[in-house]
Design a protein around this ligand. Structure first.
Ligand SMILES: Nc1ncnc2c1ncn2[C@@H]1O[C@H](COP(=O)(O)OP(=O)(O)O)[C@@H](O)[C@H]1O
Ligand SMILES: [Mg+2]
Length: 211
């Protein structure tokens, strides 16, 4: 797995974006902070859930807890997020090192109007120095900041229908791939790696494989 990268997953609701993030962060083998605004990440033995950022802050500022987080490669799931508390979470994450930061349904938190004052902007542009990998999901490419899309290393599309998404794919790797993306089966993704090479990825509930 490539380290210190930004991964974006774009596609319709119900096409397996959240499930794919769960596989990707396990493959990435780093402790992970998960911003989970829609309560999508279920309890697992390697997860801790926080009902808001205040609870998360209290946990992570305790050095014993932090050690446990790194030693056990835990996934810390933060719920109860709005724009303001996401900023608070991103500011805490920006100070950390050697972690993955997963933001599910990022549309709300990194809209095209995001400014450089946002801590998430700082993580996108400078997080690599702290070995922070970023994983995001969103429903449409047009809903997310160009700062994120332009810095993304690996993109995964599920079946696309939106004209804007088709345009995005055409500009990104060429219009010959638009049809591939239109015809994807459910739980399959068009993955475009950092060399702009396209692959079709099939995802079962346990493994992802290149087809
Ligand atoms: N590869 C898969 N194989 C079988 N079921 C899947 C797969 N990926 C997701 N699912 C199931 O499909 C539903 C939608 O998946 P989810 O990851 O939540 O989609 P999204 O985040 O795109 O809305 C969930 O019930 C999930 O368990
Ligand atoms: Mg989802």
């Amino acid at each position: 797995m490539i380290q210190n990268k930004i991964y974006s997953i774009i596609g319709h609701k119900g096409y397996g974006k959240t499930k794919l993030t769960e596989l990707l962060i396990l493959l990435n083998k780093k402790p992970c902070i998960i911003a989970d605004p829609r309560y999508q990440y279920e309890p697992k033995e390697y997860r801790r859930h926080f009902k808001n950022v205040g609870h998360f802050r209290k946990y992570i500022l305790n050095s014993g807890n932090r050690k446990e987080f790194y030693r056990c490669k835990l996934q810390l799931v933060v719920n109860g997020l709005d724009e303001e508390s996401f900023e608070e979470l991103a500011a805490l994450v920006y100070k950390m090192k050697k972690i993955s930061f997963l933001v599910d349904e990022i549309d709300m938190f990194a809209p095209p109007t995001m400014t450089r004052k946002a801590s998430f902007y700082q993580i996108i542009h400078y997080g690599r120095h702290n070995e922070i990998d970023i994983f995001t999901t969103s429903r449409r490419s047009a809903n997310i900041s160009r700062n994120l899309t332009s810095q993304t290393d690996v993109v995964f599309f599920s079946r696309v229908r939106e004209p804007n998404d088709k345009k995005y794919i055409a500009q990104y790797i060429g219009k010959e791939y638009v049809q591939t993306a239109e015809n994807l089966q459910k739980f399959h993704f068009l993955m475009i790696d950092e060399d702009f090479k396209p692959h079709i990825l099939g995802v079962s509930s346990r493994v992802a494989h290149v087809l």
